[in-house]
Ligand binder design. Structure first.
Ligand code: CUA
Length: 322
């Protein structure tokens, strides 16, 4: 396996290769790189040679000739690049077609991007509130089809080791597929600048054996204790992307000391962060924004994403953050 990768990446520029697409993408990449190196060397050599060979040797030297064109040369430097570019086009087109159509037996995943995390529904998972946060489990050598949606802005689903990347466009369903070929954990990046915490929008793709996959490692392990459960939802639902627990300023107000806090709303009215206020702020974040957060955009968490009991858990958890 090691020697295969060394062969696929002779210049040490590529991420590890872990899907069936890697061979084609890397082959084309290496071809383009070698062609570029060759012409860089050739052009530089001719340039330097000409500069020395035909340099002006004295101040009063006149031009030796007055060449306007050379048909043979122009045909050659048009035809050769055209052939090379057509090879690149055909190679890329073939690879692109292969990536468009998932095999019929591919397992269907749903992945949603939002500022700034990933929600993943594994095959057969239909409960919207039950998803894996920032983690995808795939079985090795099994094709995977992913339906991509965005909750808010443009994001981009990018797994370098799989040579797969596709933008998530609000209001549009995008499809990608891949077939992992090696066990291991691989980076999932957001590759489209999507705001403040874009660089934190990362995930992991776990490629596991058939036995590990059958055990359903993504199945939620929800704590029994309401306070622990509140913290679980905090991490799971991505609240942590905008709200710190230790007073650190993030996009939204910190949760430290939030429960029971009194202050002014953006409109000037008083508010108390009691249970009702928190419930409302989760369901309808724009209803009562505190002063200083007028421009904050928080997605509304409806009961399909966060059940009433989960909101109660979060309130219990908030009460402990003093
Ligand atoms: Cu999402 Cu960058």
């Amino acid at each position: 396996m090691k020697t295969l990768i060394a062969f696929q990446d002779p210049f040490g520029q590529l991420p590890e290769a872990a899907s069936t697409f890697a061979e084609g993408v890397d082959g084309l990449f290496n071809f383009m790189f070698v062609v570029s190196l060759f012409f860089f060397g050739l052009i530089l050599a001719v340039l330097l040679w000409s500069a020395v060979r035909y340099r002006r040797k004295s101040d009063d030297q006149l031009a030796a000739s007055n060449v306007t064109h050379n048909t043979g040369l122009e045909v050659v430097w048009t035809l050769i690049p055209t052939v090379i570019v057509m090879v690149i086009f055909a190679w890329g087109w073939k690879g692109n077609l292969d990536q468009q159509k998932a095999p019929a037996d591919a397992r269907g995943y749903n992945v949603q991007g939002f500022k700034w995390a990933w929600r993943v529904w594994h095959p057969g998972e239909n409960d919207l509130s039950q998803f894996a946060a920032n983690e995808i489990w795939c079985e090795v050598d099994q094709p995977v089809r992913v339906t991509l949606t965005s909750e808010d802005v443009l994001h981009s689903f990018y797994v370098p080791a799989f040579r797969q990347k596709r933008d998530l466009v609000p209001g549009l369903r995008q499809l990608v597929w891949f077939q992992p070929t090696r066990l291991g954990d691989y980076h999932l990046f957001c590759a489209e600048y999507c705001g403040d915490q874009h660089s934190q929008m990362r995930g992991v793709v776990h490629v596991v054996t058939a036995e590990e996959y059958a055990a359903g490692p993504w199945k939620p392990d929800i704590p029994e204790d309401p306070i622990a459960r509140g913290e679980y939802w905090y991490n799971k639902q991505g609240c942590n992307a905008c709200h710190s627990l230790d007073g650190t300023a993030r996009v939204g107000p910190t949760w430290l000391g939030l429960f029971g806090k009194q202050g002014k709303l953006a409109g000037g009215a008083d508010y108390v962060a009691d249970a009702d206020y928190i419930r409302e702020s989760i369901r309808e974040p724009n209803a009562k924004k505190p002063a200083g957060y007028e421009n904050l955009v928080m997605p509304a968490y409806g009961p399909d994403m966060l059940k009433d009991e989960a909101v109660d858990d979060i309130i219990e958890f908030l009460k402990t953050l003093k």
